[in-house]
Design a protein around this ligand. Structure first.
Ligand code: NAP
Ligand code: ZN
Length: 359
């Protein structure tokens, strides 16, 4: 027994993308959610092109429903904390059996038994309805945030890095008034959606932020970076000679960019590796680079995903931005498309930051 739904599906890990009717079995979960918006990101495009080899179907299905960035509306709830009409953001990573999963941190899953909606062993949210446990749904505090709340999922990754920064940052004393990061410098490699979110969050924390790419960028991206209070530099022209950074985040996954970061770190600096790109060419790290990491007490940390706590922090951040200036946060969403418009999975539009599908 099941219900017929419209869904965007792929044949993971081989790729392809189709809009089709699926007969969805009635899943477990105390809340029935109608999908309102889903965001499209590089991961979705990688799955569709077949280049993300770790993508897997949910057990018992001959397709994978795409979608991990989502905002929905509750249509039926057996949980008192969520009522009909509430907007919700689902937590896309589901726990497996390990201890970290048990304590609610499947982002630190230690045995790979987690499931990730729309990516790995769990159907995603690009379907007209889904059923979910209230434990995995976060209430959007204000209905006027319903569209920008689709940025919660990409922003939660940033909020986890902010937590890691305070953990690793215990090594170095900050002398700024109120222990803020004012006077410290942050380098962001890349100018994609995640990099723009990092830039704005780090500016809010008081950092002097420089976002770089290896080419010039369009007006839209440049304006957003500057509106956050950050600066853009094309580092193929300006190598930022003489400048050192207390924090750097690489969103490119390019080894040459990572080596560049190592050479730019200040004493006690922290470098986060965030972007992934298995196909990027190798680039040599030298003995001098290693000496610098050691002698400067540089910390290098990878970070993936985030926990429920980071979704909550991300939603609060989006709310704050919305209260400050609706337009700048709204302008991160550069296109709203229909589910029929499958080209969004094949091409990145000129000037795109975040494309959203309205259901
Ligand atoms: P994106 O738009 O592909 O961002 C990558 C950015 O890096 C682009 O602006 C790209 O510029 C730039 N870039 C590539 N090579 C560069 C280089 N050598 N120097 C400077 N900039 C360079 O993707 P996104 O959605 O923002 O995500 C960023 C990365 O994080 C992706 O690799 C994604 O898979 C990964 N990710 C990680 C997590 C996590 O939890 N760790 C979560 C989500 C996503 P061009 O577009 O001009 O090439
Ligand atoms: Zn686990």
């Amino acid at each position: 027994v099941g219900v017929n739904l419209k869904a965007i599906v792929t044949d993971a890990p081989h790729g392809g993308v189709w809009l089709r009717e699926i007969n969805e079995p009635v899943e477990h979960g105390d809340v029935l959610v109608q999908t309102v918006y889903t965001g499209v990101c590089g991961t979705d495009r990688g799955i569709v092109s077949g280049s993300l080899e770790f993508a897997r179907k949910q057990e018992g299905f001959d397709y994978l429903v795409l979608g991990h960035e989502c905002v929905g509306r509750v249509v039926e709830s057996r949980n008192s904390s969520l009522k009909e009409g509430d907007f919700v953001v689902p937590v896309a990573t589901m726990p497996g059996g390990c201890m970290n999963c048990h304590i609610g941190r499947p982002d630190y899953c230690s045995d790979g038994d987690f499931r990730a909606a729309g990516v790995y062993r769990k159907n995603g949210y690009m379907r007209s309805y889904f059923r979910e446990d209230s434990d995995h749904l976060i209430r959007v505090p204000d209905p006027s945030l319903s569209l920008i709340a689709v940025l919660t999922e990409p922003l939660k990754n940033v909020m986890k890095v902010v937590d890691l920064l305070s953990l690793l940052g215990y090594r170095c004393i900050t002398t700024a008034p109120g222990s803020t990061y004012s006077g410290k410098r942050a380098l962001i490699i890349g100018t994609g959606p995640e990099a723009l979110l990092f830039s704005r969050v780090f500016c809010d924390m008081g950092f002097h932020v420089i976002a770089v790419n290896r080419h010039d960028i369009g007006e839209k991206h440049r304006k957003l970076i500057e509106k956050s209070g950050a600066f853009f530099v094309d580092y193929s022209r300006d190598k930022l000679d003489g400048m050192e950074f207390d924090v750097a985040v690489d969103t490119s996954g390019d080894p040459s960019a990572v080596v560049y970061c190592i050479r730019k770190m200040a004493r006690n600096g922290i470098l986060f590796l965030f972007g992934t790109n298995g196909r990027a060419p190798a680039y040599g790290i030298t003995g001098t680079d290693i000496d610098r990491v050691v002698e400067y007490n540089i910390a290098i940390a990878g970070s993936v995903d985030g926990g429920r706590v980071h979704y909550e922090k991300a939603l609060r951040k989006l709310h704050e931005w919305y209260m400050q200036d609706r337009d700048s946060v709204r302008s991160l969403i550069t296109a709203i498309r229909k589910p029929e418009d499958l080209d969004v999975f094949r091409f990145k539009e000129e000037g795109e930051i975040k494309s959203v599908i309205e259901w």
